[in-house]
Design a protein around this ligand. Structure first.
Ligand SMILES: Cc1cc2nc3c(=O)[nH]c(=O)nc-3n(C[C@H](O)[C@H](O)[C@H](O)COP(=O)(O)OP(=O)(O)OC[C@H]3O[C@@H](n4cnc5c(N)ncnc54)[C@H](O)[C@@H]3O)c2cc1C
Ligand code: FES
Length: 282
């Protein structure tokens, strides 16, 4: 449910901190932002999986997932890959600058319904951005889950987002983090190979487990195939879609897959809902 009294009028927010996660032409920059209006800040509620329209007055706005969990504090994070006009303009911004936020939009990962279960996230590249809030939410409430396993890969080590956070996950029994890159690199101590292959090497049991995947379409296709080989049921598998959006509130018809509107019915879906819609994984 959008917090803005008028869903077309954005909140103004201040960037508290901003840093590059990755380098290169399609680099990712994370912004930690706080809504300027103290009442709006107090009333803001979001859950893992939700997104928001972020932009600049006079430039435009685009949809981004909120890449932090509400358990982290009274702020929002967006991890934004440079793609075109809006994202290039956002990448120019630094701490102290203003941006606009409308939201939160969309449904949520049912993290409370999943309590008592093992959580397995499988991400690739910028696809880790919507998974990070699940990881953080579960880490903050670990006593209520049966464990957390994170599989995350990218083309190179330089393309991995949130690298600094993974070291804290090593050496623990209740959570495990498996990183992989596509090809060998000097100094890389972790797995080399594609995410779907690492999933098969680890072969997690589907028993009492929820698997959530997000990443490039080709990765998702093979991850889904492998989860089925591992006997995960369709309703044990979740993903989040990022179809192009305009209004964000179910009015313009821009974001549909089959008869579903990603902005209104999603972006979070089970594989059971999507498996018969061919364009969902195109
Ligand atoms: C629900 C949702 C969540 C998203 N979360 C994130 C996120 O956390 N981080 C992030 O970096 N991006 C995310 N995106 C994608 C982001 O909205 C687009 O990259 C952004 O709109 C690009 O704006 P732009 O003006 O810079 O580029 P544009 O000029 O709009 O596009 C530049 C290029 O990117 C392509 N493109 C734009 N939007 C999409 C899209 N949705 N899917 C595939 N290709 C696209 C265009 O075809 C074009 O080639 C999300 C999109 C949705 C719908
Ligand atoms: S973005 Fe307009 S209907 Fe979904």
């Amino acid at each position: 449910m959008c917090n803005n009294a008028n869903p077309y009028i954005p909140y103004v927010a201040t960037i508290e901190d901003a840093w590059f996660e990755t380098v290169g032409e399609r680099c990712v920059k994370t912004f930690k932002v706080t809504l300027d209006d103290p009442v709006a800040r107090k009333n803001w509620r979001h859950q893992p999986g939700q997104c928001a329209m972020v932009g600049q007055l006079g430039v435009g706005e685009s949809m981004f997932c909120i890449s932090c969990s509400p358990t982290e504090g009274d702020f929002l994070r967006f991890s934004i890959m440079r793609a075109g006009k809006n994202t290039q303009a956002l990448h120019e911004l630094e701490a102290g600058d203003k941006l606009t936020v409308r939201g939160p939009y969309g449904n949520t990962f049912p993290v409370d319904e999943w309590k008592g279960k093992k959580i397995l996230t499988i991400g690739g590249g910028i696809g880790q951005a919507p998974l990070r809030p699940i990881v953080e939410y579960v880490k903050a409430n670990l006593d209520q889950y049966a464990g957390l396993t994170m599989i995350y890969g990218a083309r190179t080590s330089g393309d991995l987002c949130f690298k600094d956070e993974f070291a804290a996950m090593s050496g623990r029994d209740d959570l495990s983090c498996h990183l992989t890159i596509d090809v060998e690199e000097e100094g890389w101590e972790y797995n080399v190979g594609f995410v779907p292959s690492l999933l098969m090497d680890l072969s997690p049991s589907p028993e009492n487990t929820i698997a959530i995947t997000c990443g490039p379409p080709i990765m998702i296709r093979f991850v889904l195939e492998n989860l089925k080989k591992l006997n995960f049921a369709d309703d044990q598998i979740y993903t989040t879609l990022e179809n192009r959006m305009k209004c964000g509130i179910g009015k313009c018809g821009r974001c549909n897959v089959g008869s579903l509107y990603v902005c209104k019915d999603g972006p979070v879906f089970t594989y059971a809902t999507l498996k018969d819609i061919p364009e969902a994984f195109a």
